[in-house]
Design a protein around this ligand. Structure first.
Ligand code: P5A
Length: 445
């Protein structure tokens, strides 16, 4: 993309309404525009990152054997009357009437609707296990929408639902989700720690939230610092291997890590003092096992091998897709702007032409731009007629992890400059070498 043809409405001033850094940078970098409290338009740069995050979520869900589908945002109230949650959900639920006077609602989550789909089409243990998921907009009429996309009213969630014959199988689905979520967050450059939590209006006893530690996080958390030393890394996971998934789950959840809702002072005090930590965290996901709560209420049964009919065991699993943009920025920025991890960056590399209009720098930039495109990469070429300082400021603000700077002086010596946004370190090399290096960095990502 050439910047002169793009729509990147960056703001020079800090927006007064933004209290935390991610909100401030998302507004300043022209990623989002507020349309009403907690409701945002996704401008091109923000939309690009949102899609990159969705793509990672899809890839990791499908790797775990989960099946994508798409349910609507509007739901009939009658489904929620069957589960009893229509009245329980309270004012967070946006209730709507259509022209026939029928009650609808803008879905805050989809347990009822997926159970309805399942009961209409599945009747035998032979079809199990099954996990269906979608990435869809949700609406929760939060009392205090704030911090931009962090606590929105309309927000994008990945929500998945497992259907299993037995509790044991459903607990495997729980573990499988836990492992696949760890991999998902790590691909986005995040450490998200599973913490024992409270199940709230979703229900059930088994639940973990995934928290990214950040001072601006809304949750208060207590943990053994040893938990921050473990990562999934590149290990091979066989998602059908129950023992392996359970092993990873135990590895990540046996050290003390809880949100304030389930915090236990006595257990916490048993941790060696130097490892006892309390901090703030951003909840980027949550997984639940709730047994037959919805299948009982809504008649989602399957035939067992022995010929009797039993309600299926279920769980649900959510990732805050739009919230993740905020969480990633909170975890990765400096005083100049965002620093995108390579896995989610909106453009792979920026190209800055220090002397726009000069035949040599123009030709060199065009060459680099085309070479990167040929490798299947997505560069952003700042081809504006602007001062170098302004171009650097924009690149730093929007946070592309790599920048190639092309100026007349360097070209005379046959070099351009490759700069890492994260370290600030620049290296001189030929244009070909810079392109090759960018290619290597993104290989396999
Ligand atoms: C699990 C999937 C559920 O709703 N039902 C389907 C279960 N869980 S949850 O924890 O309530 O939400 C899942 C994730 O969605 C994000 N989230 C939000 N993001 C932005 N703004 C909000 N107002 C908001 N509310 C929830 C969180 O990341 C949460 O973990």
């Amino acid at each position: 993309m050439r910047l002169t043809r793009y729509f990147l409405p960056v703001l020079k001033e800090n927006p007064a309404e933004a209290q935390i850094v991610s909100h401030r940078y998302m507004l300043r970098a022209g990623m989002i525009k507020q349309q009403a409290a907690g409701i945002y338009s996704w401008l091109p740069l923000g939309y690009k990152v949102l899609r990159r995050i969705e793509q990672i979520v899809h890839e990791e869900q499908e790797r775990a054997g989960h099946i994508p589908l798409l349910m609507p945002t509007l739901q009939p109230a009658d489904l929620w009357r069957e589960s009893g949650r229509y009245d329980d959900y309270g004012q967070e639920m946006l209730r709507i009437k259509d022209r026939q006077g029928r009650d609808l609602l803008y879905g805050p989550t989809n347990e009822e609707m997926i159970t309805d789909i399942f009961r209409a089409h599945v009747g035998s243990y032979k079809d199990l296990p099954m996990t269906l998921y979608h990435i869809q907009w949700k609406f929760r009429d939060e009392m205090r929408p704030r911090f931009g996309v962090m606590r929105g009213r309309e927000f994008l969630m990945k929500d998945g639902y497992n259907f299993d014959l037995t509790k044991e199988d459903a607990l495997h689905a729980y573990n499988r989700h836990l492992v696949s979520y760890l991999r998902t967050y790590e691909r986005m450059g995040l450490q998200a720690i599973p913490m024992r939590a409270d199940s709230g209006p979703i229900g059930g006893d088994d639940t973990h939230e995934f928290l990214v530690l950040a001072e601006t996080g809304e949750s208060e958390v207590f943990y053994d610092s040893a938990v921050t030393d473990i990562s999934l890394g590149a290990r091979e996971i066989d998602y059908d291997d129950k023992a392996q998934c359970q092993g990873v789950m135990e590895e990540f959840t046996s050290l003390y890590a809880r949100t304030d809702e389930t915090h236990d002072e006595a257990l916490f005090n048993a941790i060696p003092e130097a490892r006892r930590k309390s901090a703030r965290g951003i909840e980027v996901g949550q997984i639940f096992y709730f047994g037959t709560k919805y299948s009982d209420a809504m008649g989602a049964n399957v035939m067992t091998p022995e010929g009797s009919r039993v309600p299926v065991h279920m769980g649900s699993h959510g990732i805050g897709v739009s919230r993740l943009l905020g969480a990633i920025i909170e975890a990765s920025h400096d005083d100049k702007g965002i620093i995108w991890p390579e896995g989610v960056t909106p453009f792979h590399c920026g190209i800055v032409n220090l002397k726009q209009g000069d035949a040599d720098t123009n030709a060199a930039c065009e060459g680099i731009y085309k070479a990167l495109k040929l490798m299947g990469l997505d560069p952003l070429y700042d081809d504006r007629d602007e001062r170098a300082g302004a171009k650097f400021a924009t690149m730093d603000l929007i946070g592309l992890p790599w920048r190639i700077t092309v100026g007349p002086r360097g070209l005379k010596n046959g070099v351009v400059e490759l700069t890492s946004r994260r370290t600030g370190i620049s290296e001189e090399m030929t244009a070909e070498a810079a392109v090759a290096r960018i290619g290597q960095i993104y290989e396999g990502l």
